[in-house]
Ligand binder design. Structure first.
Ligand SMILES: Nc1ncnc2c1ncn2[C@@H]1O[C@H](COP(=O)(O)OP(=O)(O)OP(=O)(O)O)[C@@H](O)[C@H]1O
Ligand SMILES: [Mg+2]
Length: 320
């Protein structure tokens, strides 16, 4: 049965906007002028290597720390803390009181966001049962495994039914089954009109879930846009196996092609597949197998984040 959407989504206004956000910690410029807009009701991924500035950017967006310069707007509020009751946040460093029971922990987290404690505990029972943790509801957190405690913290993040959920590395520490469950939870929230922002190192999650992503490298946005747009930054890859070893068809193979397990592997030339095919056929290559693959988000991420890192190295001069 379809759930009724919890939230009216005003798609005209982004759920989150940042304009020129900068954060300096002493000498370190952790975030170096980030601007982005997260469409209301979307699932938005923040990708970037370790130390890129993702956590710092998320903390500034949420009003946990103030930017050195720049502005942000959260659910229409200039001061992010004014939106606090509509926001759920799973921080990167997890932590629950070990002596609290799972249901109390969730109720407590809801109360911090303005949900009456009694209602929070009632919802906690339903949420825990719905996530296979019903029998742990009245057990202290210290009795739970790390992954189970993380699920409890996640449920505490959504118990007050926020309009915006911000999850910092939510998949780390979860097994494959719980990662799949978390993906489903994120999709269900988005179907209900909730905006979800998450950071991750595992590109596959973002590829499956996100409409838009930001790739952050060295505190700057190296890419912001749709997942398909990022993938289209790279040319398709050709994998070709031929019966013939040599012949006139070889002129169709670019000079930078590599050999991998008996196959030629190269970027599809800018003319597209037809001139390549014609040259192979006319030159009697004897095509055994030919595949033209669209690069995934992982390859796009590595190329975009790598290019950004190389450009920043250039900014700073060659390392000695
Ligand atoms: N409170 C702080 N004081 C000093 N430096 C900080 C502080 N917080 C972050 N930094 C620095 O800012 C930079 C960005 O850190 P941040 O935690 O935002 O990166 P991240 O992209 O979340 O990395 P990760 O993928 O490892 O979680 C790093 O160089 C880090 O050392
Ligand atoms: Mg981080």
């Amino acid at each position: 049965m379809l759930r009724k959407a919890q939230h009216q989504v005003d798609t005209d206004q982004p759920a989150v906007e940042a304009c020129g956000l900068v954060k300096e910690f002493g000498e370190t410029r952790a975030v170096d002028g980030i601007s982005l807009a997260v469409p209301a009701g979307s699932i938005y991924g923040m990708l970037g290597p370790n130390g890129a500035g993702k956590t710092t950017a998320l903390r500034m967006l949420l009003g946990i720390i103030d930017p050195t310069s720049g502005t942000r707007r959260l659910l229409g509020h200039e001061r992010p803390l004014d939106a606090a009751s509509g926001v759920g946040y799973l921080p990167e460093e997890r932590g629950l009181y070990p002596s609290m029971t799972a249901r109390d922990a969730i109720g407590f987290m809801g109360a911090l966001r303005g949900l009456p404690l009694k209602e929070g505990r009632r919802r906690a029972d339903d949420l825990l049962a719905g996530h296979g943790l019903g029998k742990w509801a009245r057990k202290p957190i210290r009795n739970l495994s790390k992954g189970m405690a993380q699920t409890v913290q996640l449920l505490g993040t959504i118990v007050h039914r926020p309009r915006l959920i911000v999850l910092d590395e939510p998949f780390s520490g979860l097994d494959a089954i719980n990662q799949a469950k978390l993906e489903e939870l994120i999709r269900a929230e988005a179907r209900d009109g909730v905006t979800v922002i998450f950071s991750t190192h595992v590109i596959a999650h973002a590829e499956r879930l996100c409409e838009r992503i930001a790739i952050i490298a060295g505190g700057k946005i190296a890419f912001e846009g749709g997942v398909d747009e990022a993938r289209d930054r790279l040319r398709p890859i050709v994998r070709l196996r031929t019966r013939s070893d040599d012949g006139p068809w070889r002129s169709a193979i670019p000079a930078n092609a590599v050999r991998e397990r008996g196959e030629w592997v190269f970027e599809l030339p800018t003319g597209g597949p037809e001139p390549l095919l014609k040259a192979l056929l006319d030159g009697n290559a004897g095509i055994e197998t030919l595949a033209i693959e669209r690069p995934g988000l992982h390859e796009a991420f590595v190329a975009i984040a790598g290019d950004a890192a190389a450009a920043q190295m250039g900014d700073q001069g060659e390392p000695s």
